[in-house]
Design a binder for this molecule. Structure first.
Ligand SMILES: NC(=O)c1ccc[n+]([C@@H]2O[C@H](COP(=O)([O-])OP(=O)(O)OC[C@H]3O[C@@H](n4cnc5c(N)ncnc54)[C@H](O)[C@@H]3O)[C@@H](O)[C@H]2O)c1
Length: 332
């Protein structure tokens, strides 16, 4: 349990009600950092850090936080946090695994429909003052085969949405059993089968040592040239250079992307202008509802930590897949 001198620093978007929860119910002094990557001056007195995915918690940040006890990220991804460095300092880390899943799944659906209906191409021709004569017709989602790589909270929420379109849903996730998938009318397959069979392939894996670069030239070559690739997980899961090559040569039909190797997406990135790409600026969790859920859940975890000294969903031990894959260095 912490002593009475708690100082919390919020470094990104949190709902106003979570702020009052922290101040009134958890009794904390709460400051907000003007920068998503806080300054050493703001970090000096901080014992509790509340972040989202834009704040990197690495050894450099930790060196400026002598009093830090708890890091809470209001996200389901945690690849922006050096878990080994936190463990070495005895800092507890937790996240909000469920809060953003529906928002991310709905964005995956939006990107899927946008790619199938060639929205990227439509917008570009309209900005040139053309109407629809030059446009190729799009496709419907109904009855298509959709492959989900990663079948956790977002993958499951997306599968539920896809059933509304009578899709056949396949999933590749070595850490989820056939029974869990069958309950949601999803067929468990291996990587080769999902790459070959899917009309739409959507990525829902965490960024780990196993998934970094999972989709590159060789996997892209195994896919049908008609496939639409959707990524709302993390940019580095795809080798972006090799994806751009495949999109340029129409080795795949299109891509719907919310996450990128480098964020913000550089102004000279070819992904900004390729006609067969639809992209959004990492807004998978950016809905009022998800923001409210994730912020309140994060605030509740802070309160739990202060009151009991323990916490739900402490990383990395709460994970259902190998902990070692999520760490920069193996745990001893
Ligand atoms: N774009 C956004 O704003 C946004 C929003 C929410 C989540 N995300 C990202 O999406 C990812 C998935 O979210 P989630 O809530 O479903 O996470 P989750 O932890 O609930 O599910 C991840 C799934 O991936 C599986 N997995 C792990 N390693 C794998 C591998 N090598 N191959 C195949 N499957 C593997 C796990 O078994 C797990 O079932 C998050 O890690 C996060 O980075 C992004």
């Amino acid at each position: 349990m912490l002593n009475d001198t708690h100082s919390a620093l919020i470094c990104d978007r949190y709902s106003p009600s979570s702020l009052s929860h922290l101040q009134q119910q958890a009794g904390l002094v709460v400051r907000t950092s003007p920068l998503v990557q806080p300054s050493a001056a703001d970090l000096k007195e901080t014992s509790i850090l509340l972040i989202r995915s834009r704040t990197t918690v690495d050894r450099k940040l930790l060196a400026a936080t002598p009093k830090l006890k708890l890091v809470v990220t209001a996200t389901s991804g945690f690849d922006h946090i050096d878990l080994v460095a936190c463990r070495d300092r005895g800092i507890t880390v937790t996240y909000t695994p469920l809060a953003n899943a529906q928002a991310a799944a709905e964005l995956a659906l939006l990107l899927t429909l946008s790619c199938l209906r060639r929205v990227g191409d439509i917008q570009r021709t309209q900005s040139l003052g053309l109407w629809k004569d030059q446009l190729r017709s799009g496709h419907e989602l109904r009855k298509k085969t959709v492959g989900l790589i990663g079948f956790g909270h977002v993958g499951r929420a997306f599968a539920t949405l896809l059933h509304g379109f009578s899709c056949e849903v396949l999933a590749y996730d070595p850490y989820v059993g056939t029974e869990v998938m069958s309950e949601l009318k999803v067929r468990k397959v291996n990587l080769t089968e999902i790459l070959k069979s899917a009309n739409v392939l959507s990525l829902h894996v965490p960024l780990t040592q196993e998934t970094r670069g999972l989709i590159g030239r060789s996997n892209l070559e195994e896919m049908s040239s008609e496939v639409i690739l959707i990524n709302t997980s993390r940019g580095p899961v795809i080798n972006e250079k090799e994806l751009v090559e495949a999109l340029r040569h129409q080795a795949i039909a299109g891509a719907g992307l919310d996450v990128f190797q480098t964020e913000p997406l550089p102004l000279d990135s070819p992904l900004r202008t390729l006609p067969n790409v639809v992209w959004t600026p990492h807004v998978g969790a950016l809905t009022d509802e998800a923001l409210a859920r994730a912020s309140l859940e994060a605030a509740g975890k802070v309160r739990q930590f202060i009151e009991t000294g323990s916490i739900d969903d402490a990383l990395p031990n709460c994970l259902s897949y190998p902990v070692s894959a999520c760490l920069n260095e193996p745990l001893s």
